[in-house]
Design a protein around this ligand. Structure first.
Ligand SMILES: [Zn+2]
Length: 477
C-alpha cells in the first residue's frame, strides 16, 4: 500500500467513524501522524497472527514499521493494539497513557524496552513480547450472561490471600479467555468447547470462587484446579481450604450451597465414615460423591496427587506452546526479558509472575532426561507388523533421532520438539480417539512451528517433510 493510499484509508476511516482498522500485511514502513484523527478507533491491527476456523495457527502477517508516531496517543478509545511482526525498536511513551487499552501485542519486533508507563506489565509466559498489564485491565466486571442452573461450584478460602493469584491464572489460561474479552482485574471467564468457567477473586472475602457450566464442566474444572494448584504451590506455606459444595436436594439447586472443606471430607473417608450432614438441610450426603462431583481425588495424601493431568490440560499447554514457537525469532528477546526483569525489580510495586522469564519453554529441564522419557514412551508403542513399512513407533523413533542430531536447534527448541514427540507417542496408543487426534494435531502444529524457524537446508526440515505427513496419516489427520 502506498503512502497516499494509506492516507486515503485513514481519511475514510475518520469520516465514517470506523471502530476497527486492519492494516496488517500492507508492507507499510511508516504510519503517518494522521492516524491520530481516528479517535473512534477501538481496535488497530498493524500485524497479527492468523488463525483458521478451528483456531489453529496459520500465518503471521506483519508490516515493516520501525516506529510509531506519537499521535497514536490520541486514540483514546483504543482497546486493542496489535503490532505483531514489525521492526519496532521502541514504543512512544504515549501508548502507556491510553486509558482504554486492554491488550497490546508486540511479539516479533526488536524492542529492547517498554515505556516506563508499563512498569506493572507482565510478559506472558511462553509468549515473549506479549504483555498483560493488570493496570490496563478494567476494574469492573464486564456484563455477560450466566446460566445459573446445573453449575459446578468450587471455592478456595485463604487464611491470608497473596496478591496476584488471579493475574497469574489469567496469564496461564489466556488461550481460553472467552472471546479474549471476558477478563478484568479480578476475574475471568474461560470458554472451552462451549463449556464455561468463571473464576473470580474476592480479596475482601479472601476467597476465589469458581463456577462452571456446560457439558465438559468436570474436565474443565480439572484444568482450573490444576492451574490454581500450580500457582498455590509457588507460594511457600500458603494456607487455604478447598471448599466442596454440598449436593443435597436443597443445595443442588442453590446458588449458595453449603460447602465442606475438602480436607475434612478426606479425613472422614480415611476413618471409613461415608456420610456427612448438610448444615443447611440436615440431610445426610455421601462423602465420596461430594468429592467425585468436583473431580478431585479422594486420597488424602498430599497435593501433587490431588490434581489430575488430563488431555484437556495438555491441550491448554500446547496452545500456550504454539504461541512460543511462532515467536522464536525475536533476536533481542534475551535483552528484552532482562530489561523487563529490571523494571520489575521494585518489589513494592510489582509482582513477578509466571515462570522466570529467562526460562521460557519447558522450564528447568535436562535434555537427557526428556530424551529418556520420550524413548520410554515410544518403546511402549507396538512395532509395525510390516518390515518395510514403518509404523508409529518407527516413525517417532526416526523423528526423535532427527531432532536430537539437528545442530541448528537450540537446546530449548530441542526440548520443546521432543515434548511434541512425547505427546505424539502418548496419543499414538489410541490414534483413532478424538481427543488423541486433537493432541496429535496440536503437537504437529507446534513441531512445524519449530521447523519453520530452521534454515531450509537443515536436515530436520528435510526429514520432517517426509515423516510428519506419515505420522499425521496414522492419526487420520
Ligand atoms: Zn446441602
Amino acid at each position: 500500500m502506498t503512502e497516499s493510499e494509506l492516507l486515503q484509508v485513514i481519511e475514510q476511516a475518520a469520516t465514517e467513524g470506523w471502530t476497527k482498522l486492519d492494516l496488517s500485511g500492507k508492507n507499510l514502513t511508516a504510519l503517518p501522524p494522521e492516524i491520530g484523527k481516528l479517535t473512534q478507533l477501538k481496535k488497530l491491527i498493524l500485524g497479527k497472527y492468523e488463525y483458521d476456523e478451528d483456531g489453529s495457527f496459520v500465518d503471521i502477517i506483519g508490516n515493516k514499521l520501525t516506529a510509531l508516531p506519537k499521535e497514536i496517543g490520541l486514540l483514546n478509545q483504543l482497546e486493542e493494539l496489535l503490532i505483531i511482526d514489525n521492526q519496532l525498536s521502541s514504543l512512544p511513551s504515549k501508548i502507556g497513557q491510553l486509558e482504554n487499552l486492554q491488550s497490546l501485542h508486540l511479539s516479533r519486533n526488536q524492542l529492547s524496552s517498554l515505556p516506563a508507563e508499563f512498569g506493572l506489565s507482565y510478559q506472558i509466559p511462553h509468549l515473549p513480547g506479549n504483555y498483560i498489564a493488570p493496570q490496563l485491565l478494567n476494574i469492573d466486571q464486564p456484563e455477560y450472561n450466566w446460566e445459573k442452573s446445573h453449575n459446578l461450584i468450587l471455592r478456595y478460602e485463604y487464611d491470608f490471600m497473596p496478591k496476584g493469584i488471579l493475574t497469574r491464572f489469567i496469564v496461564e489460561t489466556h488461550p481460553w479467555i472467552e472471546q479474549q474479552k471476558l477478563v478484568w482485574r479480578s476475574g475471568v471467564v474461560l470458554n472451552k468447547d462451549e463449556t464455561r468457567a468463571e473464576i473470580i477473586e474476592n480479596y475482601n472475602q479472601q476467597e476465589i470462587k469458581v463456577r462452571l457450566w456446560g457439558n465438559r464442566k468436570r474436565e474443565l474444572l480439572a484444568v482450573v484446579t490444576y492451574e490454581l494448584e500450580k500457582i498455590h504451590r509457588s507460594f511457600e506455606r500458603l494456607q487455604y481450604q478447598t471448599m466442596v459444595p454440598c449436593n443435597c436436594e436443597e443445595c443442588a439447586v442453590s446458588e449458595n450451597p453449603y460447602a465442606y472443606p475438602l480436607e475434612n471430607l478426606r479425613k472422614r473417608l480415611n476413618k471409613g465414615i461415608y456420610k456427612i450432614e448438610c448444615e443447611n438441610s440436615y440431610e445426610k450426603v455421601d462423602v465420596r460423591r461430594l468429592i467425585d462431583d468436583v473431580n478431585l481425588s479422594p486420597q488424602p495424601d498430599y497435593r501433587q496427587s490431588q490434581f489430575q493431568y488430563t488431555p484437556l490440560q495438555r491441550e491448554l499447554e500446547s496452545e500456550r506452546e504454539i504461541n512460543l514457537t511462532v515467536n522464536i525469532h525475536n533476536d533481542n528477546q534475551a535483552k528484552l526479558t532482562s530489561e523487563i526483569k529490571n523494571m520489575n525489580s521494585d518489589q513494592s510495586r510489582k509482582v513477578v509472575i509466571g515462570r522466570d522469564a529467562t526460562n521460557i519453554g519447558p522450564g528447568a529441564f535436562n535434555l537427557g532426561e526428556i530424551s529418556g522419557t520420550v524413548a520410554n514412551t515410544i518403546n511402549q508403542l507396538p512395532a509395525s507388523p510390516e518390515l518395510d513399512k514403518p509404523g508409529i513407533k518407527e516413525l517417532l523413533e526416526q523423528l526423535k533421532a532427527a531432532i536430537e542430531s539437528e545442530p541448528n536447534l537450540s537446546d530449548d527448541d530441542k526440548a520443546t520438539a521432543l515434548e511434541q514427540v512425547q505427546a505424539l507417542a502418548e496419543a499414538g496408543q489410541n490414534p483413532k480417539e478424538g481427543a488423541m487426534q486433537k493432541v496429535a494435531k496440536t503437537a504437529i502444529l507446534v513441531f512445524k512451528g519449530i521447523v519453520a524457524g530452521l534454515p531450509t537446508a537443515a536436515k530436520l526440515a528435510e526429514t520432517g517433510k517426509t515423516l510428519v505427513p506419515m505420522i499425521a496419516k496414522i492419526f487420520g489427520l
